[in-house]
Design a protein around this ligand. Sequence first.
Ligand code: ATP
Length: 309
Amino acid sequence: MSAAPAVEISSLVKRYGTVSAVDGLSLRVAAGSITAVIGPNGAGKTTTIEICEGFRRPDSGVVRVLGLDPSRDGAALRPRVGVMLQEGAGFYPGARPAELLTHLARLHAHPLDVAMLMSRVGLGDLRAPLRRLSGGERQRVALAAALVGRPELVFLDEPTAGLDPAARRSTWALLAELRSAGVTVVLTTHLIDEAERLADHVVIVDAGRVLAEGTPAELTSGVSDDVIRFGGPPRLDVASLRAALPDGAVVREVTPGAYEVAAVVDPRLLATLTSWCAANDILAEGLQVGHRSLEDVYLELIGAGRSAP
Ligand SMILES: Nc1ncnc2c1ncn2[C@@H]1O[C@H](COP(=O)(O)OP(=O)(O)OP(=O)(O)O)[C@@H](O)[C@H]1O
């Protein structure tokens, strides 16, 4: 990976009237990496990305994309940067995918072959105009449009939203191939497992600021607690279990009959838990000790229950 970041944002602020969409956000994207920006609806992800793309101007702060200022150096950046907007916004609805992609290819010096690209993103030789395509097909066209010019850097706003599971996996494979070819990928997503599996670097944003960032492993290992999961009859007395466990343990019934204990797990804690179950005539089914997932960390950071991602 090159030392110069592909994207560098310092103290970015963007307001819409009284709404602070972005409120002092700073981040760096390493060249050749996949960076996932996650956060609840309205967190400021799209606004940040659109400023990087040159579509919006910041109120203050500094943004550098491939060392350039996107609000001034758009002409120099356009051939080098691919952009996928949410739901393929901005495409002419009467165009067919191949027409649109061929048109975009002509704007670039060394474009990809359009037929090959359409096949790679799962469009085959789909001939219907864009307005007749399904949401998932439009997503694929938008992804192909971002890639056709062989960009060094791509910004993808929710690239797998609305895709079926097979198409989502195939998109992940494509993004991993791009990274192997040295392309920098910045994406937003509401799928925390997508960020966890795919991204080298995850940035959690809320209320226009970065709450936490790091590799998925760093973000989850920074939390000392592990989690024990088990199944049993619904509506167990979690307060009684909680009282039996050491201070700091958190017990909750996630869904009826599915329990989670978040704590520093050691053999003694496990023994206390199973003794409590034995004393209450409960067979703890599927008992598992595991690390907390990125989703656990995310929900804790943004405040569980405040907003569904
Ligand atoms: N053009 C605009 N005019 C006024 N307010 C706007 C405008 N664009 C965005 N906002 C507001 O700025 C805030 C951040 O929006 P943004 O689209 O950046 O969030 P997001 O994190 O991308 O959300 P989502 O996950 O729902 O796409 C929201 O409160 C939104 O309503």
